[in-house]
Design a protein around this ligand. Structure first.
Ligand code: 475
Length: 840
């Protein structure tokens, strides 16, 4: 039911397309107007940046109108809404995306052309909004695009980091981190909302007050500090442009009032220092992907944005649900409010809502809890033990003393209630399920708190959700079987096809006679009959080639390396992590290089290996792998003996806007994680949509991708999840592979020489050590031979041009399932039960 509604809503609005009211002349006039009156400059003096900002201002005229319409409609109808709480939103650039979603891209491009400006160039002026690390943050960005596109009432809530993910420079092969000040020269898309400032508290102590009247105990939190949260709103324009939702990001400031006493006592300097401390909270994004920093500031960040967001939600709710008596009617709260927790980072929202209900709003515990768990739902994004958040109890005592008491009470009731009912007297299981981990340092387990405090828990691909239920939380699943569900990830085809691959989009629209596929990606399946069509294949491959030519120019500009667009472009782009196995890719490159050296006449398709990846600044092995890729690349790229058959490119500063250039140019998509470790992957989907063939393991969403595209059109290899488990259980010994497989031995020994680092032997030996003495945690050696065989199959496929074109096309047109609109619809049906709301 809800499913159909949402689908109709999206298509209905395509008729009142925003662009109908905007002609090229209108647009020109608006841009020039804003150049003059908003930017204070003139056509002959304006810099590219001014032109860009004037263009944004022209677009914003429309965006703001629709934003206001949408917000008024939602308020008037008092719609149920989902609130997507995420510590990260990896938005990238917004200009092209907003233009496309408003159907204004061509009009704008023509208008600018008349003014002597190229729109694509202009888009390059925009700094990426890199307020996220990787998959989890980019998923949040795709999801809010889909929520708006499906006309669903939704708000994104996060942190307005002053510095996003670090900018990566490569110096002599090594990663150097530089600050990313994305809004140094202003950001035309954000609106500051001082009228919606919130204040949150930190630290201090809890007083217990005994009531003489009824003998009850009341808890009063006396915080040590107050922090002001200043909201910045980013309009989120849905495709077709009628719904414009809000992404609200909180910036931390010291409250105006805080420093008077200190000032008066002559403590000007102390007061400034205090102010700086408050502003530290939103200063910088923690650059760890899939590991926990465990720093106090990180917990403070999490509480800061969760508490500001809840206060904002409550303010809005109260406006509609305060009775004549002045009392607030909370009976509708769970019907109006859904809160999605993007991983455990905003978990503290659960005890915070309990605190507000019980301590501030005077609800009884049971009444409060009955509302609370219905409001929250939790998405798990990783099974890596080092990523499962735990906070030392002593940190909680200092930062959030009242929340700790509330967590204890939630725990007590859970252990004595549901847990005791299903596992009577079983102290072992109780210790495992407890929200508190006992030990020398007692810890609060945020994942457990999420499961207890939510009505739904989901993983992000079928295999991952199964592992969440069966391996990570099996006893919880015995208590609450129906709590656990799957929502396979998706990505927005607006950014990841229409905008980044316009020529392919055009081919699809012209061939189908409609652009419906942009929201209903399944429609591309109608192109199946063309997969074998010589003319269509020719057009498809010509577009791929043109994209490769463009990328070759970017590669040359960024790295100085010349690559041949006729070579096979083999791309691995994602965060650097041993489980993602960039080191396995590197081992194969070493083996291949040796094969060519040993047999200079070896028949092979020239092969360009392209990497893009940031390493967490404190993750030494990851940084060593980047160094090794660069050093090996340097040697191979400059070795005349191999006649350019292999090139290795490490693209610095991988980010959303770079992904948009790499993905349309990929022939091969490397998705080679150890089975069971990649929750889903989303780059795999983007690459396949753009006609890359997956070289991958049966892990995460790869399984579902090949289910759609056909295993025969991809190159699948390696141990399965069950095989990985059994290899590990039987005592894996990487030395066996080293001793038995000549190529593995040679490649590893090479790393232990100075062949790639002349004069510095052993600089790359750490990788060999991790794979042998270190035990090869991620089974790279176990999968090497099967990986190499898969490469050989790919080579053969690539040699058959028609066969390759067919497979590439089939990959691209069968990815309908991985539209993030479908993911959102799954959340609507299984988790949120939201209704669409059309905005006039
Ligand atoms: C998975 N990030 C992908 C993607 O679901 C999956 C963790 C701790 C602190 C900061 N960031 C993180 C992640 O755990 C993360 O990005 N996970 C990724 O989420 C979306 O497709 O497989 O690794």
């Amino acid at each position: 039911m809800a499913n159909k509604k949402a689908a109709n809503a999206a298509s209905a609005s395509s008729f009142d397309s925003a662009s109908l009211n905007y002609t090229k002349e209108d647009f020109k006039a608006k841009i020039v107007h804003h150049l003059h009156s908003t930017l204070g400059t003139s056509e002959n003096k304006a810099t590219k940046q001014s032109w860009w900002k004037a263009t944004c201002a022209a677009v914003n005229e429309l965006v703001y109108e629709r934003l206001t319409q949408t917000q008024q409609t939602h308020a008037n109808k008092d719609t149920r809404a989902v609130h997507y709480l995420s510590a990260e939103f990896l938005m990238g650039r917004l200009t092209a995306n907003n233009l496309h979603n408003l159907h204004l891209f061509n009009v704008c491009s023509d208008a600018l052309k008349d003014l002597g400006i190229n729109l694509t160039d202009l888009c390059e002026e925009e700094p990426d909004m890199a307020l996220g690390n990787g998959g989890l943050g980019r998923l949040a960005a795709c999801f809010i695009d889909s929520l708006a596109t499906l006309n669903l009432p939704a708000l994104g809530y996060g942190i307005h980091y002053e510095n996003g993910l670090f900018r990566q420079e490569i110096h002599n092969g090594r990663q150097i981190e530089r600050p990313d000040s994305w809004r140094e020269y202003g950001n035309p898309w954000e609106i500051c909302r001082p009228e919606s400032i919130q204040e949150v508290a930190l630290g201090g102590y809890v007083e217990t007050i005994y009531s003489e009247k009824d003998g009850s105990l009341k808890k009063v939190w006396h915080p040590a500090q107050k922090i002001k949260g200043v909201p910045w709103d980013i309009p989120v324009v849905g495709y077709n442009g009628t719904t414009v939702n809000i992404l609200r990001l909180w910036e931390s400031k010291a409250p105006e009032s805080f420093d008077w006493d200190v000032f008066n006592a002559g403590g000007y300097v102390d007061a400034q220092a205090e102010k700086a401390r408050a502003e530290t909270i939103s200063k910088v994004l923690y650059p760890n992907d899939s590991t926990e920093a465990g720093k106090i500031l990180r917990l403070v960040q999490q509480y800061f944005f969760s508490a500001c967001s809840l206060k904002d939600i409550l303010r809005r709710y109260k406006r509609a649900h305060t009775l004549a008596s002045g009392k607030v009617d909370y009976s509708e709260f769970a019907n109006k409010i859904a809160v999605q927790l993007n991983d455990t980072h905003p978990t503290i929202a659960i005890p915070e809502l309990m605190r507000i209900f019980v301590d501030e709003e005077g609800l009884g515990w049971e009444e409060a809890w009955n509302i609370c768990y219905k409001v929250f739902s939790y998405t798990n994004h990783t099974l890596l033990p080092e990523a499962l958040e735990k906070w030392p109890v002593y940190i909680f005592e200092r930062v959030l003393p009242r929340h700790l008491e509330i967590i204890y009470e939630i725990n007590r009731r859970f252990l004595e209630g549901e847990c005791e009912r299903v596992f009577p007297g079983n102290d072992f299981i109780k210790a495992k399920l407890s929200l508190i981990e006992e030990g020398s340092t007692r810890m609060v387990r945020m994942g457990n708190l999420c499961v207890v405090g939510s009505h739904k828990v989901n993983g992000v691909a079928a295999i991952h959700s199964k592992l969440v239920k069966e391996d990570l939380f099996p006893e919880y699943a015995q208590i609450w079987n129906d709590k656990f569900c799957n929502v396979t990830n998706g990505v927005t085809p607006r950014r990841w096809m229409l905008s980044c691959n316009p020529e392919l989009a055009k081919l699809y629209t012209e061939t189908l006679g409609s652009d419906e596929w942009v929201t209903k990606l399944d429609k591309l399946k109608d192109l199946k009959k063309y997969a074998d069509n010589a003319d269509f294949q020719k057009k498809f491959m010509a577009i791929k080639h043109a994209n490769k030519v463009k990328l070759a120019t970017v590669i040359k500009a960024e790295t100085g390396i010349e690559v041949d667009p006729n070579a096979l472009f083999d791309i691995q782009i994602k965060r650097l992590h041993e489980y993602k196995r960039q080191q396995l890719n590197l081992l194969y490159i070493l083996a291949l290089y040796r094969r060519v050296l040993e047999n200079p006449d070896l028949e092979m398709t020239p092969h360009v290996f392209i990497f893009g990846s940031k390493a967490a600044p404190g993750y030494k092995m990851a940084k060593d792998i980047i160094y090794a890729i660069n050093k090996v690349g340097e040697r191979i790229n400059n070795d005349a003996r191999i006649k350019g058959k292999i090139k290795v490119v490490f693209m610095p500063n991988y980010r959303v806007s770079l992904a948009e250039k790499l993905i349309p140019a990929a022939d091969v998509s490397q998705q080679i994680s150890t089975a069971g470790y990649e929750a889903s992957g989303t780059g795999n989907m983007k690459l396949a949509m753009n006609g890359a063939i997956t070289l991958g393991t049966m892990d995460g969403a790869n399984i579902e991708i090949v289910e759609e595209a056909g295993e025969e059109n991809n190159a699948i290899f390696g141990l399965s999840v069950d095989e990985v488990k059994s290899v590990k259980a039987n005592g894996y010994n990487p030395w066996d592979y080293y001793n038995r497989d000549h190529e593995i031995k040679k490649a590893l020994d090479w790393l232990d020489s100075d062949y790639f680092t002349p004069g510095f032997p052993g600089e790359l030996a750490g990788i060999k050590r991790a794979l042998l003495e270190g035990g090869d945690t991620y089974l790279a050696l176990a999968d090497f031979r099967s990986y190499s065989d898969a490469h050989a199959r790919l080579e053969k496929m690539y040699a058959n041009k028609k066969g390759w074109a067919k497979s590439a096309i089939l990959n691209s047109i069968t990815m309908g399932k991985f539209n993030s609109d479908r993911s959102i619809q799954d959340y609507v049906d299984q988790v949120w039960s939201l209704e669409t709301c059309l905005v006039k």
